[in-house]
Design a binder for this molecule. Structure first.
Ligand code: SF4
Length: 350
């Protein structure tokens, strides 16, 4: 099987080329082409024909294709649906803030975590993304949109800690000084709480922000919303967050999607405040993005205000994330889901 060249670090490519009888500096030339988004060996014009043939024999290379691109008329948020080499599709969102442009990337095709409010998990997990596929979400979003990406959130389709090795390699690639060179402090990794991986992540000693998608502070509500909580439980999750914070010194943030009548009562606010204080976590409230197939609705602004007031009374550091791209199916998984429905319909109609 041919190697995936974009998933290699420059030093690995150098070693590979040496084995192919090529001088090490060739790796630098190739890496520069890859860093400009060139995904065609024949377009690498400063390489000899002979080397280009060798590369074709030994490596695979692919550029994702834009299947859909939606631009919000409200705030300019861009949502991409990319087609991958095997015909699968993933979503990437580019959001513009005052402090720069943030890209939200997917880490898997589908997801097996089954969160009750999420479109990405309908249909389950198809496969993990490769490091190069995740990198190319960032690279090609930047190239296509013309917006320089300064921040990355791993918060799109999939659970990053369920694709641990590929996500770690993606981080090495995107952070590499000879690559896109995006600093770890500008990267957030969001998890539904795969606590078995917290120690592994802490051991990497990365400067990224770990965001825990908490969404409910008690086992009854959380297990209803997020099957990942069953068999783990909020107590275990909080203990692992504490340990992570102690080991890394990096403050965790809790993501909390506000769902009308489900997790937005005074009881939930008080319990959430206690947990946030226990691990010194920052709380990020997000008004839920409604998904057609799901019955949940976003909290009313009155409920949100009352909720925030309780958190602030308990001196919890809380922010409300602006809902960007509300006119472009901004909730994770919705574009891909629509494409799947169309594909199934077309297949059924023969
Ligand atoms: S919210 Fe995240 S972890 Fe949960 S099902 Fe959706 S993609 Fe998976």
């Amino acid at each position: 099987m041919k190697k995936d060249i974009v998933s290699l670090l420059p030093e690995e490519l150098e070693e590979d080329l040496r084995q192919l009888g090529e001088p090490a500096y060739r790796a630098g030339q190739i890496f520069r082409w890859l860093g400009r988004g060139v995904r065609d060996f024949d377009a690498m014009s400063d390489l000899s024909k002979n080397l280009r043939e060798k590369l074709k024999e030994n490596y695979r290379i692919y550029a994702p294709k834009v299947l859909r691109k939606q631009i919000s008329s409200i705030d300019g948020t861009i949502k991409y649906l990319w087609e991958l080499q095997d015909g699968q599709a993933v979503e990437t969102v580019v959001m513009s803030y005052q402090h720069g442009n943030t890209v939200c990337v997917s880490s898997q095709v589908g997801c097996r975590q089954g969160c009750a409010f999420c479109a990405s998990t309908i249909g389950g997990l198809i496969r993990n993304l490769t490091p190069s596929e995740i990198l190319d979400e960032v690279m090609f979003s930047q190239l296509d949109s013309g917006k320089e990406i300064s921040n990355i959130v791993l918060m799109g389709i999939g659970e990053p800690l369920d694709n641990f090795d590929n996500v770690m390699r993606f981080l090495q690639l995107v952070n590499h000084p000879k690559g896109m060179n995006i600093g770890m402090r500008h990267i957030s990794l969001s998890t539904c709480g795969i606590t078995e991986r917290f120690d592994d992540l802490a051991a990497r000693d990365l400067q990224l922000t770990l965001s825990v998608s908490l969404h409910a502070p008690d086992d009854e509500t959380r297990s209803r919303l997020m099957p990942a909580n069953r068999g783990r439980g909020v107590d275990q999750l909080i203990a692992c967050c504490k340990k992570y914070f102690e080991k890394t010194g990096r403050r965790i943030s809790f993501e909390y999607a506000m769902i009308d009548g489900v997790n937005d009562t005074a009881f939930h606010a008080q319990k959430l405040a206690a947990l946030a204080r226990e691990v010194s976590a920052h709380v990020n409230l997000i008004p839920l993005n409604h998904v057609e197939e799901r019955q949940f609705r976003p909290s009313t602004s009155g409920h949100m205000k009352a909720f925030i007031k309780i958190l602030e009374e308990h001196q919890v550091n809380v922010t409300v994330r602006r809902r960007l791209g509300s006119d472009v199916d901004a909730s994770c998984g919705q574009l891909r889901r629509k494409r799947e429905i169309d594909r199934n319909r077309n297949a059924a109609e023969g």
